[in-house]
Design a protein around this ligand. Sequence first.
Ligand SMILES: *[C@@H]1O[C@H](CO)[C@@H](O)[C@H](O)[C@H]1NC(C)=O
Ligand SMILES: *[C@@H]1O[C@H](CO)[C@@H](O)[C@H](O)[C@H]1NC(C)=O
Length: 591
Amino acid sequence: KFYIMKKKTLPKSLDDWDIYSFHINSTVTSRYATTIITSRVANRMNESKEIEFHVKIPKNAFISKFKMMMDGQVYEGVVKTKEQAQVQYTEAVSRGQSAGIVSSVGRTMEEFKTSVTVAAHKKVTFELTYEELLKRTHGKYKLVSNCLFCCFHHQMDVHIREKVDISFVDVKGGLNTKALANAITKTHTNKQAWVYFHPTVDQQKTCDSCGEEGMNGDLVIVYDVNRENGLGDIMTSDGYFVHHFAPSDLPRIPKNVVFIIDQSGSMHGRKMAQTRTALVHILNDLAEDDFFGLISFDSAINYWKRELIQATGQNLEQAKQFVLNIRDRGATDINAAVLEGARMLNVHPREGSASILILLTDGDPTTGVTNINTIRSNVKQKIAGKYPLYCLGFGFDVNFEFLKKMSLENNGVARRIYEDSDADLQLKGFYDEVATPLLTDVTMIYVGGANLTQTNFSQYYNGSEIVVAGEIIDNNVEIFTSVGSLDTKGLLQRVWAYLKVKQLLEKELLLTGSEKNNAKKEALELSLKYSFVTPLTSMVVTKPEGENTEVLYKPKERGNLQPERSTKAHGRHNLIISAYPRLCPILILIS
Ligand SMILES: *[C@@H]1O[C@H](CO)[C@@H](O)[C@H](O)[C@H]1NC(C)=O
Ligand SMILES: *[C@@H]1O[C@H](CO)[C@@H](O)[C@H](O)[C@H]1NC(C)=O
């Protein structure tokens, strides 16, 4: 986690500066993770030294606190609007100081880096706090921490507390190797789990995945909870509630899925090969009562069949031949391809099924209709809220912002597929998330609740989870009585704020005019109130006299990736959940 930039080899810097302890402490309370990273560093030199603090944090997290403690003084970061932070930044720059925290974005993590000048023989403590709501995919929650070679006291402690029983806890990731096995301890009672990672210095140098710079990798803690109550669990405290809803005992809904595959020239080589591999695996997983369509496109559209076809063994074999023959060539006509995919679904209404449109592309529209606003409006009109559109952007040459908006306004999400050796697994992994629709058109209703986060979900898939939070306004009766006990003082309000900010930021993307400004304003106010470093705020870190003021921004990825959202669509299965006194939610299934 801590990293010395100047040296390519193992830090042999114990003689000049010495990280004498590095601690990652995560507390997960009902899937809301608060992580505090504390690093203590001493300057062993006779002269002052610049000491760096450099860590990776999950992209989905918001930094909420940063402190440096030195010589009895505490220098604390303050979250401000971007504009206010910019003023301080500009002032610092005009004083000849190079302000600004360099940060960048990787696949799942982004970086936080700062430094401070420490006087001879003095010590400094850095403390960074970030928060995230763990998202359930493929039937589990994942907490990812990055650990780098550092020091004598390297320690990671994770404590998971749930109101319901924990069904399993596993430790995965690049660092979960034989050489480090005895550095990891895992214990687990019904409702709590602890994972400790305390590697020795030797283990940090000689572990399986250690490179020249020693240990550098992720530890991933995965777990899930039991869901005895099909309606999920509601937690309440301090006038707020959070409802986790992830029923798994519902019958799967047969699906109609159309894959729209970019075969333009830029897909050449490995990307095209990985796409073919992933598609063959995906076809293998279709159920016999699913219907599917396959379109590959460049400047023209190539069909396997013009209409949806049932996923029988024989049809799948033929489809695989089609897939194996997809070759890259030509330009990218996204408009025609998506409209054609939507047409295929539109002419195939099927009682009691869920339809899904999946676009995979690696570039901008270059032929046919190329104006992205026209494409968005054409697609929105054609889909008309009937089913979700998922856009997979392969690599960094795509206009991801466009894909994101187009999916969000059609009840889907956009996902980046990173050009790497595992791209086929990323594609298949995404497909698996939406492979088993269990509900369509879900509306959650909370009697006595207000200021709710998103309550309409176009589809609910096996292995995922719907989370709704809100304020409890009706205090008289025991509305929202929750069973079990878990101390969540002040926490549920933060979960609510976290969800609210994430959803407002996505909503803001699609809105225009005063609605856009209102959504932005609300997201900003919440970010400031809860001290979240979001795309609308920055954290200003004032350092000791004579040193740079630094401004921390949430870094932007090229094409800017944001979390998922979906809204109401028209489906056959309407689900309404209401919370009434004493009962957890009531479920009414209308089909
Ligand atoms: C980890 O953080 C929690 C919450 O702040 C705290 O109660 C706990 O003592 C910390 N654990 C360690 C080992 O520092
Ligand atoms: C630090 O200062 C002491 C006393 O002045 C001296 O003996 C020592 O050699 C110095 N160490 C370094 C690394 O310069």
